[in-house]
Design a protein around this ligand. Structure first.
Ligand code: NAD
Ligand code: TYD
Length: 346
């Protein structure tokens, strides 16, 4: 059964990577529904991700923190919101190792505030989660939605805590919620701290690609387009109260991902540099996505195509990432990689 298209959506984190791709996808598919992007505009939130859409009369932006209850309540009341889709989060594992507290502020407390607003105003909330909440997965298993959560980084722990609050609110207060747990996404507008855009832009610039440890960690690199169609399937046809995994169900090693990036960009493989590993680095993520498939969803891209398409996007869109890389990102890059690339053991 397909339910009615929500009329007025509050998309938190809509200026980030996945949020902006979702806003573009949703406004194309459902032009009559109104979208309010609610975003704090952290370093990862960028108005220009939606430059082509701001003229659309059905799209507006509220710049505010999801942890600000008054601002969130007002945005919902002023716009007759009937669905909150919560993408807003601190999202990078390496940043969570360098400075973890903001991850709890936004990912845990911020989600909690949105749940309170949803409860008070009787609004459905869809929460965007991650496969990282399952922890790293042994070779013969694929995570299913009922698996225990076993997060291993501050980022993953904050996302797992948020999932549990969402589920607790559904049980305790009966508020209508759904959760999707996405695999590693790749595609346009991903901030270049993440592996695929970092490696693509480094390769284009002729800089070394810092591969953590042996590079044999496994990830399901899924195209962000398929994440958007998966979320749409759950919004329109998912069972209230349920969790759905969203990925391709197929993984590759980071070394395989790097090969695709370099081959797509016709760059030399000597750019690869193995560097000191990330502390607590999860070896493997892998999800079973049959539950989402049962809603009639299928991914359009396999992981190899997804990585190649992403690398091509960075090749064709230097206007987007060059200003980022020459700005405050530089400071983070040096902090994260200078010693690693100099070969100094950490
Ligand atoms: P991103 O870092 O690109 O964007 C995050 C967005 O949230 C930004 O626009 C930022 O300004 C906004 N934001 C951060 N803190 C905020 C706050 N306190 N109040 C309001 N807005 C705030 O992230 P992304 O990669 O697009 O991830 C979006 C969601 O998807 C996150 O919840 C993340 O955990 C989840 N997820 C991401 C991936 C991935 O591969 N990137 C995979 C699975 C799940
Ligand atoms: P990332 O994009 O940070 O996603 P996540 O850690 O959430 O999976 O990293 C993807 C993989 O690439 C992960 O195994 C860590 C690895 N990686 C590197 O080897 N080098 C890097 O510089 C980065 C950022 C990641």
């Amino acid at each position: 059964m397909t339910r009615e298209i929500p009329k007025n959506l509050l998309v938190t984190g809509g200026c980030g990577f996945i949020g902006s791709n979702f806003v573009r996808y949703w406004t194309e598919q459902h032009p009559d529904s109104k979208v309010v992007v609610y975003d704090k505009l952290t370093y990862a939130g960028r108005r220009e991700n939606l430059n082509d859409l701001w003229d659309n009369a059905n799209l507006s932006l509220v710049v505010a923190d999801i942890g600000d209850m008054d601002a969130a309540r007002k945005a919902c009341q002023d716009n007759g919101i009937d669905l909150i889709v919560n993408f807003a989060a601190e999202t990078h594992v390496d940043q969570s190792i360098l400075g973890p507290l903001v991850f709890t502020d936004t990912n845990v407390r911020g989600t909690h505030v949105l749940l309170e607003v949803a409860r008070e105003l009787g609004i459905r909330l869809h929460h965007i989660s991650t496969d990282e909440v399952y922890g790293h997965i042994r070779d013969d298993h694929q995570s299913v939605e009922t698996d225990e959560l076993a997060p291993r980084s501050p980022y993953a722990a904050s996302k797992a805590a948020a999932d549990q609050l969402v589920q607790a609110y559904a049980i305790t207060y009966g508020i209508p919620v759904t959760i999707t747990r996405g695999a590693n996404n790749v595609g346009p507008y991903q901030y270049p701290e993440k592996a695929v855009p970092l490696f693509s832009t480094n390769a284009i610039l002729g800089e070394p690609l810092p591969v953590y440890g042996d590079g044999r960690q496994m990830r399901d690199y899924a195209h962000v387009y398929d994440h958007c169609t998966g979320i749409e399937a759950v919004l329109l046809r998912g069972n209230i109260g349920e969790v759905y995994n969203v990925g391709t169900g197929r993984e590759m090693t980071n070394l395989e991902m790097v090969d695709i990036v370099l081959d797509t960009l016709s760059k030399d493989h000597s750019l690869v540099k193995h560097v000191t590993d990330r502390p607590g680095h999860d070896r493997r993520y892998s999800m079973n996505v049959d539950k989402l498939r049962a809603l009639g969803w299928e991914p359009r891209y396999d992981p190899k195509q997804a990585v190649a398409e992403a690398a091509k996007w960075y090749e064709g869109n230097r206007w987007w990432w060059e200003p980022i890389r020459s700005g405050e990102f530089r400071e983070y890059y040096d902090r994260q990689y200078a010693e690693r690339l100099a070969g100094i053991q950490q």
